[in-house]
Write a protein that binds this ligand. Structure first.
Ligand SMILES: NC(=O)c1ccc[n+]([C@@H]2O[C@H](COP(=O)([O-])OP(=O)(O)OC[C@H]3O[C@@H](n4cnc5c(N)ncnc54)[C@H](O)[C@@H]3O)[C@@H](O)[C@H]2O)c1
Length: 396
C-alpha cells in the first residue's frame, strides 16, 4: 500500500470530525481529500487546520453526495449526529466506498438492522465497514479478552458495568440534536455507556433477558435519560448489572468488573486495575506489559497505561467544556485495523453486526424500562419492539 493512496472524505467537521482528521492525516496510507459539513465555516476551519499542518487542503463540500462525486474518495468517515449515521453510511456503501462510522451505529434500531445486513453483503464484494468501538482496542480490553479466551477466569459468573460521568447542562445545550430521541437516540446509556455495553457483549456473549429502569433526574429540556440501571442474563448463564449516568457530579469512573470461578478482572477508566487468576502457570500476557506476582497471576494488581506509538497530523485542540478529552490511541489502532482490512481484502475486527447488537442491548434496556417489564433480547434484535416509543420512567 503506497502512501496516501486511500482518499478519505470526512463527513461532519465538529468535535469528533476534528479528532478523526488528526488521526487520519497522521496515517501514511490515508489522505484526507474532502471535508463535508452543511455549516461551511466548520468544514473551512477543518480544511484550514489540515492545510496549516502541511497537508494538501481538502475540498470543502456541503453534502456527502458532492464529496462522493469525485473518484479520489475511497473511504468515508462519518462523524455526524448519530441519527444520520446509517443513511450516510448506506449512501457511501452504495457508491462502493469503504466506511467508518462513529459510534453509535445509529439511533433507529430498524435502520441499524438493515445496515448490518447491507454491510454483510458489501463485505462479500470487498467493501470494509466498521463502527468506532475504540475501547475494544485498549490494552486492558485485549488482556481480559485473551484471558477469557484462555479460560483463565474459569466459569464467568457475573459482571458489573458502570459509567458514572457528569455532563453539565451546557453539554446538552451545546447542539440542538443532543438529548433528543430522534438524533441522539438516548442519553447516558446510548452515548456514554455504549462503550461499556459493547465490551460487556464482547466479554460475556449473547444476552437472553433484560430488565431496566431509566430516569431523567438532574438535567432539563432533554427527552432522554441521564440515569439508567439494568439487569441482564446471558446465554452462558452469567448475570450482569449495567449502570450509566451523566448525573454523577463531578464525574466518577467507568468500571467493568468481570468475575469468574477461577479469576476476575477490573478495568477502570480504560486501565486494567485488577487481574487475578488461579490458573497456573500464568497465562501469557507478557507482551502487554503485564507483571505477574511470583510467576503466578494470583492477586496481581496492575495499572498499565497505553503508549501512543503513532503520530497525529496535528495536535488535538482541547475538548469542549464539559466533555472529556479523548485519548486517540485506540481510535488510531482501529484505523490501522480498517486500513489493513482494506489492503488485504479482509474484514475489520469490529463489524456493523456487532455495533447493531450493542444498539439492540441498549434498546432492550430502554424498552424494558418503558414497558416496565423484562424483555427478551432476541425479540428486540428481530424487531418485535421496533415501534415502542421510549420515555424515561421518571422525569424531574
Ligand atoms: N467514540 C467516541 O468516544 C465518541 C466521542 C464523542 C462523540 N462521538 C460520536 O461522534 C458523533 C459526532 O459527535 P460530535 O461530538 O463530533 O458532534 P458535533 O456536533 O461536534 O459535530 C457534528 C458535526 O456534523 C455536522 N453535520 C450535521 N449534519 C450533517 C450532514 N448532513 N452532513 C455532514 N455534516 C453534518 C454538524 O454541522 C457538526 O459540525 C456522534 O455520533 C457521537 O456519538 C463518539
Amino acid at each position: 500500500m503506497s502512501d496516501g493512496n486511500i482518499g478519505v472524505a470526512l463527513v461532519g467537521s465538529g468535535a469528533m470530525g476534528t479528532v478523526h482528521a488528526a488521526i487520519a492525516s497522521g496515517i501514511d496510507a490515508l489522505q484526507v481529500v474532502a471535508v463535508v459539513d452543511p455549516i461551511a465555516e466548520s468544514s473551512a476551519r477543518l480544511a484550514a487546520r489540515l492545510e496549516a499542518a502541511g497537508f494538501r487542503r481538502p475540498r470543502e463540500c456541503v453534502t456527502l453526495e458532492e464529496a462522493l462525486s469525485s473518484a479520489d474518495v475511497h473511504l468515508v468517515v462519518i462523524t455526524t449526529p448519530s441519527g444520520l449515521h446509517v443513511s450516510q453510511a448506506t449512501m457511501a456503501l452504495q457508491s462502493r466506498r469503504h466506511v467508518i462510522v462513529e459510534k453509535p451505529l445509529d439511533v433507529d434500531i430498524a435502520r441499524a438492522r438493515s445496515m448490518a445486513d447491507r454491510a454483510a453483503h458489501a463485505a462479500m464484494e470487498g467493501l470494509v465497514a466498521s463502527v468506532i468501538s475504540q475501547h475494544r482496542y485498549d490494552t486492558a480490553t485485549v488482556i481480559v479478552a485473551d484471558a477469557l479466551k484462555a479460560q483463565a477466569f474459569g466459569r464467568v459468573t457475573s459482571a458489573i458495568a458502570s459509567t458514572a460521568w457528569w455532563r453539565p447542562q451546557s453539554y446538552y445545550d451545546s447542539a440542538d440534536w443532543r438529548g433528543t430521541w430522534a438524533l441522539d437516540g438516548g442519553g447516558a446509556l446510548m452515548n456514554q455507556g455504549v462503550h461499556n455495553v459493547d465490551l460487556l457483549l464482547s466479554f460475556l456473549g449473547r444476552p437472553v433477558e433484560v430488565s431496566g429502569q431509566m430516569a431523567l433526574l438532574s438535567h432539563r429540556s432533554i427527552e432522554v435519560e441521564d440515569s439508567v440501571v439494568a439487569a441482564i442474563r446471558f446465554e452462558s448463564g452469567a448475570l450482569a448489572s449495567l449502570h450509566a449516568t451523566t448525573a454523577a457530579y463531578p464525574g466518577l469512573a467507568t468500571r467493568l468488573h468481570v468475575m469468574g470461578s477461577l479469576g476476575s478482572a477490573i478495568i477502570e477508566d480504560d486501565l486494567l486495575t485488577y487481574f487475578h487468576t488461579a490458573v497456573t502457570p500464568g497465562i501469557d500476557v507478557g507482551p502487554m506489559g503485564l507483571t505477574s506476582a511470583e510467576g503466578n497471576n494470583a492477586g496481581t494488581v496492575i495499572v498499565n497505561a497505553d503508549e501512543g506509538d503513532y503520530r497525529l497530523g496535528f495536535p488535538l485542540p482541547p475538548a469542549p467544556s464539559g466533555q472529556y478529552s479523548l485519548d486517540p490511541t485506540s481510535h488510531h489502532r482501529q484505523y490501522m485495523d480498517v486500513v489493513s482490512a482494506i489492503a488485504s481484502g479482509g474484514q475489520p475486527q469490529v463489524t456493523m453486526q456487532q455495533a447493531f447488537e450493542a444498539m439492540a442491548l441498549i434498546r432492550s434496556v430502554y424498552v424494558a424500562s418503558t414497558l416496565r417489564r423484562p424483555v427478551l433480547f432476541v425479540d428486540v434484535l428481530t424487531g418485535k419492539y421496533d415501534d415502542v416509543e421510549l420515555a424515561p420512567n421518571h422525569i424531574n
